[in-house]
Design a binder for this molecule. Structure first.
Ligand SMILES: Cc1cc2nc3c(=O)[nH]c(=O)nc-3n(C[C@H](O)[C@H](O)[C@H](O)COP(=O)(O)OP(=O)(O)OC[C@H]3O[C@@H](n4cnc5c(N)ncnc54)[C@H](O)[C@@H]3O)c2cc1C
Length: 419
């Protein structure tokens, strides 16, 4: 039996020696990871996917979360093991063959950074453990029909009512709102000051009266984002993160975490949002052979992906050394999103005619080959998490030192600024 405490947490911590740590993680794997998955792991990641359904993984996941290994560097009180980044990497190396992906990415990458940087201890203790266990799933409600790239012009109102706030307005493109319990949400609390100053950041329980979630369909037929209407939804003041009017600063912690996730410098990446990885394509080309032009495209993309990996390593190293990723996250986001689109397009081209022939016109979305749905999904990569154009503005201004984009309404109040 692996050495675990009564809650299932692995008995390792910052003082555990390397050999002991590795042995404890191996023991935990041997007892906690189902035997079928372990046997499949010997044959590679694809084999694990073949024997393990998403539902089965989600059912098993609380045991993984209880071990503390999901967020090994976080404090024990929030669901982690308080390990150093180096110790966590050792543990991660042992877990890697079993492909134990983290669930609730918008909680871990978008909500948690804001709570760590600007939340209270009570908020962290209340919200982080159920987030790690995936029993409270999170989504992000920032964008609105009139506020995407220019997010600071957002209009959802929040008005104080004693110990509560009343939220009214519309959000859009809220990924996974239809299967989340909570959302991080930006609201306008003071329209009389410049747009970035009158914003307040809330944690909204989507099960509250007055919340309506409507699903939107992707190009490839799948649903993963939504429109969300809030009509006088009551939110306790305990769910406000940061000071009233300081939500823009809190949002910066979220947006930086999001860019790292989308760029692949965090634990996820757009290459993991469906579709094919370049290594898989290399494997296929080696087996089946490809014609020279295709091979040339493949080699170029392979090289580019290596470069992206090194850039992400630099961002990770900066973060681990206590720095902030800053504009480097924008560079990664721009590069990775276009690179992933090129990889998914090549995967589709490698299918040849099979990429255009589906069994039934009625169920075409379900019948799409994996490569084609990945390619269609990848079109969003240059929009989600901040568009390529807007990230290029950030790179121009913050990296290249070019003049700022002109803003004729700089200093005007939100209510006096045209939208
Ligand atoms: C798949 C997907 C998932 C998403 N998930 C979420 C989510 O979970 N939560 C959430 O809050 N939002 C989400 N979004 C929204 C996303 O953040 C916005 O779509 C994005 O910020 C762009 O905003 P917009 O769609 O309003 O486009 P707009 O801002 O209207 O932009 C339209 C076009 O104008 C260009 N443009 C705009 N401003 C400038 C400028 N200053 N300089 C140069 N070009 C400019 C843009 O690059 C774009 O090409 C998601 C989007 C997608 C596609």
């Amino acid at each position: 039996m692996a050495r675990v405490d009564i809650s299932g947490r692995l008995a390792i911590g910052p003082d555990t020696g390397d050999a002991e740590l590795v042995a404890a993680v191996d023991e935990w794997i041997a007892t906690a990871v189902p035997g079928r998955w372990r046997s499949a792991a010997a044959k590679g990641r694809q084999a694990i996917r073949a024997v393990r359904s998403r539902e089965e993984y989600a059912d098993w996941y609380p045991a993984f979360a209880a071990s503390g290994l999901v967020v090994a560097t976080w404090p024990v009180a929030y669901g982690g093991l308080d390990l150093s980044p180096r110790q966590a990497r050792l543990a991660e190396d042992r877990l890697a063959p079993y492909n134990l992906g983290r669930l609730n990415p918008l909680g871990l990458h978008n909500t948690a950074p804001a709570l760590f940087a600007h939340g209270t201890e009570e908020q962290r203790l209340r919200f982080l453990p159920p987030m790690v266990a995936n029993v409270e799933r999170w989504c992000q409600m920032f964008s609105e029909p009139g506020a995407g790239s220019d997010l600071a012009s957002l209009a959802m109102r929040a008005a104080r009512d004693g110990d509560e706030w009343l939220l009214t307005g519309q959000k859009v493109w809220s990924t996974w709102a239809h299967r989340s319990e909570f959302a991080i949400c930006l609201t306008r609390t003071d329209p009389s000051v410049p747009k970035r100053r009158g914003i307040t950041y809330f944690l909204v329980d989507l099960r509250s009266p007055g919340v309506e979630v409507r699903e939107l369909k992707h190009l490839g037929g799948e649903v993963d984002f939504n429109e969300v209407w809030l009509d006088e939804v009551r939110v306790p003041d305990f769910h406000r993160v940061g000071q009233e009017g300081d939500g823009w600063r809190v949002a910066a912690a979220t947006l930086s975490g999001e860019r790292q996730m989308v760029a692949g410098a965090g634990s996820g990446g757009v290459d993991r949002i469906g579709g094919s990885g370049v290594r898989r394509l290399v494997g296929i080309a080696q087996q089946r052979g490809v014609e020279p032009v295709m091979r040339d495209r493949l080699v170029r993309l392979y090289c580019e992906e290596r470069v992206r990996g090194w850039t992400n390593d630099r961002v990770r190293a900066t973060v681990k050394a206590g720095g902030t990723p800053g504009p480097a996250a924008s560079i990664g986001k721009v590069h990775q999103s276009t690179l992933n689109q090129a990889i998914q397009m090549l995967a589709t081209d490698m299918l040849g005619a099979a990429a255009t022939a589906y069994p039934s016109a009625e169920t075409w979305a379900d019948a799409l080959p994996y490569e084609v749905s990945g390619m269609l999904r990848s079109r969003a990569n240059t929009i989600e998490g901040g568009t390529t154009e807007v990230n290029k503005n950030v790179i121009g201004e913050k990296v290249l030192g070019l003049p700022r984009e002109p803003d004729p309404y700089h200093g005007c109040s939100w209510e006096d600024t045209p939208r």
